[in-house]
Design a protein around this ligand. Structure first.
Ligand SMILES: Nc1ncnc2c1ncn2[C@@H]1O[C@H](COP(=O)(O)OP(=O)(O)OP(=O)(O)O)[C@@H](O)[C@H]1O
Ligand SMILES: [Mg+2]
Length: 455
């Protein structure tokens, strides 16, 4: 693997080396199985020792048998369930090192059987994520290529979700912006799966680009962020909040146009659940989620600005802003840990860009950009080598009450905190003031009487 994908950056280099050596010894280095083993540790599904032990056991089989023994050993030793292995396999074969695909004895996941959508001809699978599989299809009536997201069947039974799925899809279809992946259609396939038809983007995701280049240079990153911010400005003005801005949801066409994907695709569950593991299924690790989403607080346009800030951070430093051994640890760091300024990691970065990112990622949403329009103004200024006008340095103080962890009590609202006011605003203070007031009045009266008597 030349460069780990974003969800895989947690593992420390020495651990990676040990895992790599042991797996190499097991004769399955550079295979899908190797990546599954690593991903299991990095996602917190299995401990490093469990994985190492399982690979040691695999080593005891003849070389040619080893890949085939992988599932058997991992499941029988209780390291992973068969379902987790399949989820990880789907994930690593979609997003991992391409060499993994050829190195494996096992087939890449197939497109599910819901390919039969009247009016569309499915061409091939484009990818898969937490919310289903994305396929390339031809819309027969208009003879154009489209991308279709097929949702897992489990969603079909959730009436509330389906209601939102149709409503959000319908309103998203009214959005029209060159930087937003257009939503075309929503519906239900005869096989029962719900589907979301959208503009096909012939290109790559920002995630792919980070993978390929390790990190993206400042000028290019500013150009990408500027277009993404423009998509957000349009969406926010129309009352949409994306809630899941991240490198995999930003696509770049071959001509260099950035397009924000998945806008209008209703998300199941709350944001922190959707961003973490649930019932053994693997969802994206929460590298880009805002503190208020973790706390299930009100989600506002500022939440998208945080997601874009975390994405920009990853682009220019090649690292996600907060790493951890589990989704919970990552989320706690979003809440508590001060952000390491990006120009400390990459000294070449301009101070202006670093300030912009820090402001986008302020833990308190009120400290972030007030709008995507303000953000665009700063991005343009820094691109023109001028100082930003909205960003101010050092805004990354923890949110009030943020010391109580991701699943702790909601922090005390600022309004409920006792105010550090004037010392006079106490009963004793009021009494002293009253005495002083009376004494001043009495003195004034005496003076008046003396003047009158003299007169
Ligand atoms: N409109 C599109 N055009 C072309 N390819 C797309 C399109 N939408 C998605 N893809 C591809 O399909 C992959 C899976 O997309 P999907 O939205 O299901 O998951 P994701 O965004 O990668 O991750 P997550 O499920 O965590 O949100 C993407 O990474 C991308 O490569
Ligand atoms: Mg997506």
């Amino acid at each position: 693997m030349s460069q780990p994908p974003d969800n895989k950056t947690d593992i420390r280099n020495d651990e990676r080396a040990t895992l790599g050596t042991t797996m190499a010894g097991a004769g399955i280095r550079h295979s899908v199985e190797t990546l599954i083993g690593r991903a299991a540790v990095e996602r917190g599904l299995a401990s490093r020792n469990q994985v190492l032990l399982a690979f040691e056991l695999i080593k005891q089989y003849p070389k040619e048998e080893r890949p085939a023994r992988f599932v058997e050993v991992f499941v029988s030793r209780g390291v992973l369930t068969a379902e987790q292995i399949e989820m990880l396999r789907g994930w690593v074969t979609d997003d991992g090192d391409p060499s993994a695909k050829s190195g494996s004895s096992m087939a890449a996941p197939k497109v599910s059987s819901a390919e039969m959508i009247p009016g569309y001809r499915i061409e091939r699978k484009l990818g898969a994520g937490a919310m289903g599989t994305v396929v390339l299809a031809r819309q027969l009536s208009l003879d154009r290529l489209v991308a279709i997201k097929l949702l897992p069947k489990k969603f079909a039974t959730d009436a509330q979700y389906i209601d939102r799925f149709y409503k959000e899809g319908k309103s998203a279809a009214r959005l029209n912006d060159p930087n937003i992946v257009a939503a075309y259609d929503v519906g239900r396939a005869p096989a029962g799966e719900y589907f979301f038809v959208m503009e096909y983007v012939d290109g790559e995701t920002v995630f792919d680009r980070i993978q390929a280049k390790r990190r993206i240079g400042e000028t290019e990153a500013l150009h990408i962020a500027r277009q993404a911010a423009s998509a957000l400005r349009h969406a926010h003005e129309k009352g949409f909040i994306h809630r899941d801005v991240k490198p995999k949801n930003l696509m770049i066409t071959k001509g260099g146009v950035v397009k924000l994907a998945d806008l209008g695709l209703a998300r199941a569950g709350n944001d922190s659940d959707a961003a973490t593991e649930e019932k053994g299924k693997i969802f994206g690790t929460p590298y880009y989620i805002s503190p208020e989403q973790i706390r299930a607080r009100e989600v506002t346009p500022a939440s998208d600005i945080y997601g874009l800030g975390a994405t920009l951070y990853h682009m220019v430093t090649g690292r996600v802003p907060f790493e951890g051994n589990s989704p919970k640890e990552v989320m706690q760091r979003h809440l508590r840990q001060p952000l390491k300024p990006p120009d400390q990691l990459v000294p070449d970065l301009s101070n202006g860009l670093s300030m912009i990112i820090e402001m986008m990622m302020a833990k308190d949403p009120r400290e972030r950009y007030h709008s995507a329009a303000d953000l665009i103004e700063d991005l343009d200024r820094v691109a023109a080598r001028e100082a930003p006008v909205h960003a101010r340095p050092k805004l990354d103080a923890p949110m009030p009450g943020a010391t109580d962890g991701a699943d702790g009590e909601a922090p005390v609202a600022m309004a409920e905190l006792p105010r550090a006011g004037s010392p006079w605003a106490t009963p004793v203070g009021i009494a002293v003031l009253a005495v002083l007031g009376l004494s001043v009045a009495a003195n004034a009266l005496m003076a008046l009487l003396l003047v009158l008597r003299k007169g």
